[in-house]
Design a protein around this ligand. Sequence first.
Ligand code: UT7
Length: 317
Amino acid sequence: MSFSIIGTGMYVPPRIVTNDELSRFVDTSDEWIRQRVGVERRHVCTDETATDLACKAAVRALENSGCDPKELDIIIAATVSGDMACPSVSCMVQRRIGAECFAFDINAACAAFVFMLETAAGFFERGRARKALLVGAEQMSKIVNWEDRGTCVIFGDGAGAVVLEAGEGYIDSVLTTKGGDEVIKIPHFIGKSPFSTQKPQEPYICMEGQETFKYAVNAMCSDIRRLLEGNGLTLDDIALIVPHQANKRIIDLAAARLRIPADKFYVNIQDYGNTSSASIPIALDELNRSGRLKRGDLIILTAFGGGLSNASCIIKW
Ligand code: UT7
């Protein structure tokens, strides 16, 4: 027994920052960002926190599913930009939405949504859960260096959530880690230990863009091939591919290499930028509410990011 997704929700803060507005304080341009990344605007927090975003997305997913918070057996959240190391975002969501189940966070950076699904699958398999809430919530604006044009133009804030119910909708997954901090890192707080001899690092996202780009294209192509071959499927069997929204060119290149028409990939990076762990559940919520997904459709979710990690899965909608 695995699970099916029975509800989705998302929330982005109302403040929109366009590329033109960014260009006023960073050496960049609307043209460069659209062409090289595909982002047109992103939403950023002003007085909201990552927990606020998470709770709003969670409430919307619960409403969409018709599930009462008290029915939940687990809450799992993922973030690299939460408000506190402890309590976790999931614990704060549990209290604010009025749930009573246990809750914990995972960290797999931008690939976290698929890692959360895989983690939840274990609880369903063992009969420990009938209903679960998963939330990806990010306040990336807090951890980007707004003087670094190589990163600040890419990211955005937002949260996405799904409600799972015991079912047969989780078909297969592939998960990969290539550990190391050379390509992407977000150093943690500096601390004040009088004993430390370590050199403090700035707590901002630091990314080798081109290395990440290459890793991402290879990871997406190899994951999609592995999933199709491993399950005796062809691309014709797949209704839609929902990729992590990191760079439109990454998605286009993967599509070209796999000889898949670009419109088989869902893209919304133009509106939100890269919202890390929230990007796939935000996309799922848009697809769900627009009626584009039909019950029984096979969908591939594919994500990659810091770790380095990549993870993809096939779900039946
Ligand atoms: O979700 C986590 C995973 N993250 C990703 O998947 C990100 C993957 N990487 C990327 O999306 C791209 O590598 C970037 C968007 C980060 C950078 O794009 P690029 O096409 O790889 O640019 P580049 O780093 O090779 O830089 C090309 C030029 C450089 O100028 P010169 O040396 O050729 O004169 C950069 O200084 O573009 C310049 N540049 C910019 N120019 C205007 C870099 N960022 C900007 C900018 N505006 N924002």
